[in-house]
Write a protein of this length. Structure first.
Length: 205
């Protein structure tokens, strides 16, 4: 079935495009990735919030592709660190730092606070932009939990091995992907975006 509606997923990661394809499977949309377009420049993430960065990326790539575009920005906020690392989550220990180095810095800094609760949350904001009408819609999701003392589990990526979501005794690094993909910040933001797209474009059936 040919779908007249196209949606650009603003990433060069084929796995992320496939993930959104599963989420939006019942929608009359043809999903495309950046690899299908000759966009060589990268959007500069100069925003101070997740919403600003997601919007910057969606509007940057959407203007060049000329079709509706989805972009997301996400990260970890730790209460005792004043919301850090926040939008700098991926660059917290330097531009080319490994996940292990980022986790080590996080645990070091958290230890100096003397905070026992170690409350934190993962946040994701999705921006959907429609270049033809200059509309941009935002959808957010969060998952609250706490930071544990040392990494556990080999699943996921980033700070997953030290983040234990509320209601669970396992970290994101230990939980099966099917559970994480149901309760994560990205899953919740994606579900909200899917509801909006369903209302706007309808179902395939």
């Amino acid at each position: 079935m040919k779908h007249p509606n196209e949606l650009l997923i603003a990433t060069r990661n084929a796995g992320k495009v496939a993930e959104f394809a599963r989420i939006f499977a019942d929608l009359p949309l043809r999903l495309r990735g950046l690899a299908e377009f000759s966009v060589e420049a990268d959007a500069e993430e100069t925003g101070e919030t997740f919403a600003e960065n997601a919007t910057l990326k969606a509007e940057f790539y959407g203007a060049r592709a000329g079709i509706p575009t989805l972009a997301d920005d996400s990260g970890l906020e730790v209460e005792a660190l004043g919301g850090a690392p926040g939008v700098l989550s991926a660059r917290y220990a330097g531009t080319n730092a490994s996940d292990r180095q980022r986790i080590e810095r996080l645990l070091r800094e958290l230890e100096t606070t003397g905070d026992d609760e170690r409350r934190a949350r993962f946040v994701c904001v999705i921006a959907l932009t429609f270049p033809q009408t200059d509309e941009t819609e935002l959808f957010s999701g969060e998952c609250r939990g706490r930071i544990i003392d040392e990494p556990r589990g080999g699943e996921g990526f980033g700070y997953d091995p030290v983040f234990m979501p509320e209601g669970y005794s396992q970290t994101f690094g230990e939980l099966p992907p099917e559970i994480k993909n149901r309760i994560s910040h990205r899953a919740r933001a994606s579900a909200a975006a899917a509801r909006y797209l369903r209302e706007r474009f309808g179902r395939t059936a």
